[in-house]
Ligand binder design. Structure first.
Ligand code: PLP
Length: 478
């Protein structure tokens, strides 16, 4: 709480001495109103994931900023045309990659948080906000069954969370001499793990690929053999990177077995739950991700399975002290800070000092909609995935992958080359009804359907499944 000896003199918005950057209240209000119209309109017309603006005005988009002011209307319109020339991840027909459906209430939270622009890198200047964030992150830790020593921090996404984990695990397990360090992944592990290892200075040979079972899950016995052979060769195994919901198929590594292995081998167990983690709100998700509570760290991505816009990742670490030992740094200009020992100093838990207050993007929607709304939507995704798998399996031309562990369904042509499957993907995407993506799974090009959008309903999905059924027959003669 701020105490002023004398009441400060109120400062009106924009007097005649004002900088041209200081806008008057009517100016700000008008821009907010224009932005509101733009943002509300942007929630409509999501019937295709394909670009709706075929010819954005390239010359105007790349024109350098001018000396003189330009009015807001044409600028916002220009932005909207550029945005509308993009693939729309918010559309219920966007079923490719791992979508981010961009919950509007979270986008609005972002605008509000940056309007207040409070400094939350350390607690001193915004203790209430840091306390809110810490309480929310502790709630997420408890959701995942982590102990009271655990802490959470918000990141820009899972690639950044993974980088923080890799540096922490490296520091904690290997200290400053890590040239012989090795980390264990599978062919289905997301590329962000290898990338983080490279950024963290580990040599290329540090990434060790363990084989998987028929459903793409890490084989713990194969991991033990590889780790044992590596130790004999003088390597220092330090990190076991499991995945709860792989990008390719949504499969979940055998977490209890991998946790036991990490214990025996003294490895840091990281679980990449970027896609799967959100499903922890559901009973089915919790059952399938059983064992995740034994992880040393978990990355989850609210911009994926909690439907938020891009830019909101969460990293949970079992022992807060490990993050602190890795990242805490105080130079002279910071020594008067840190008076709130009972809440974290987020700058000590990762690379950022100045940071966005991302917590509002999670806090506001969780409170506004209630947790049950998220759980119901995730359960709908799980149900729709079963339905889609069932319907695709009944199409004679297609061979589907195993029943979905979460909400990703894979399929390919029963008879067809990789090129035929690529052509099928192109034909489906050209319809505008749905946008899918493919991947190479078990050396064969495979199409994926990822159901992860709060705007996706059974009728959209059925239309998409009809489109796939109609498109996957032999191509018609031109
Ligand atoms: C399993 C998994 N891990 C990590 C990532 C990387 O996340 P981000 O794009 O937030 O960096 C993704 C992205 O789709 C993912 O699916």
């Amino acid at each position: 709480v701020k105490h002023h000896a004398v009441m400060p003199v109120p400062i009106p918005l924009a007097t005649e001495n004002a900088s041209p950057l200081e806008w008057s209240e009517p100016q700000i209000r008008e821009l907010v109103e224009q932005a509101t119209t733009l943002m509300v309109d942007a929630q409509k017309n999501l019937d295709t994931a394909l670009p709706t603006e075929p010819e954005p005005p390239w010359q105007e988009l790349v024109r350098p900023p001018q000396e003189c002011a330009t009015s807001a209307g044409p600028l916002l319109e220009l932005f909207a045309r550029a945005a509308n020339s993009s693939y729309d991840h918010r559309a219920p027909g966007f079923l490719g990659y791992v979508p981010s459906s961009g919950l509007a209430t979270s986008a609005i939270a972002k605008m509000i948080a940056s309007t207040f622009n409070c400094f939350t890198g350390v607690p001193d200047h915004a203790p209430a906000l840091v306390r809110m964030e810490h309480a929310l992150m502790r709630w997420v830790c408890e959701l995942f069954g982590l102990p009271p020593t655990a802490i959470g921090t918000m990141t820009s996404g899972t690639s950044m969370a993974t980088l923080i984990v890799v540096v922490t695990a490296r520091q904690h397990r290997l200290g400053d001499h890590f040239a012989q360090g090795t980390a264990y992944v599978t062919a289905h592990t997301h590329q962000c793990v290898a990338k983080a290892l490279r950024i963290a200075g580990l040599p290329p040979g540090a990434v060790r690929t363990v084989s998987t079972d028929d459903e793409g899950r890490m084989d713990p016995d194969a991991a033990v053999k590889l780790i044992t052979a590596d130790r004999r060769a003088g390597k220092q195994p330090f990190l076991l990177a499991a995945t709860a919901g792989t990008t390719n198929t949504g499969s979940i590594d055998p977490l209890p077995e991998l946790a036991a292995l990490a214990d025996t081998e003294q490895l840091w167990l990281h679980v990449d739950a970027a896609y799967g983690g959100g499903f922890q709100l559901t009973q089915r998700g919790r059952t399938r991700m059983n064992g995740i509570e034994r992880a040393d760290s978990i990355a989850l991505d609210p911009s994926k399975s909690w439907f938020l816009p891009f830019g909101t990742g969460v990293l949970l670490v079992r022992d807060a002290a490990t993050l602190h030992h890795t990242f805490a740094e105080r130079h002279d200009y910071m020594t008067d800070l840190d008076k709130y020992a009972e809440v974290p100093s987020y700058t000590d838990l990762g690379p950022e000092l100045s940071r966005e207050y991302r917590a509002l993007q999670l806090w506001l929607p969780f409170h506004l909609h209630g947790i049950a709304a998220f759980r119901d939507t995730l359960n709908t995704m799980l149900d729709l995935a079963q339905h889609a798998h069932h319907r695709l399996t009944a199409i004679p031309h297609l061979r589907t992958g195993p029943p979905p562990q979460l909400s990703i369904i894979t399929f390919r042509l029963r008879d067809g080359t990789d090129q035929d499957n690529r052509d099928l993907l192109r034909r489906i995407n050209r319809t505008g009804q749905a946008y899918l993506s493919g991947s190479v799974i078990d050396n064969r090009y495979t199409l994926r359907l990822v159901l992860l959008n709060h705007r996706l309903h059974r009728d959209h999905l059925d239309q998409t499944l009809n489109t796939i059924a109609a498109t996957c027959g032999p191509p018609r003669a031109p």
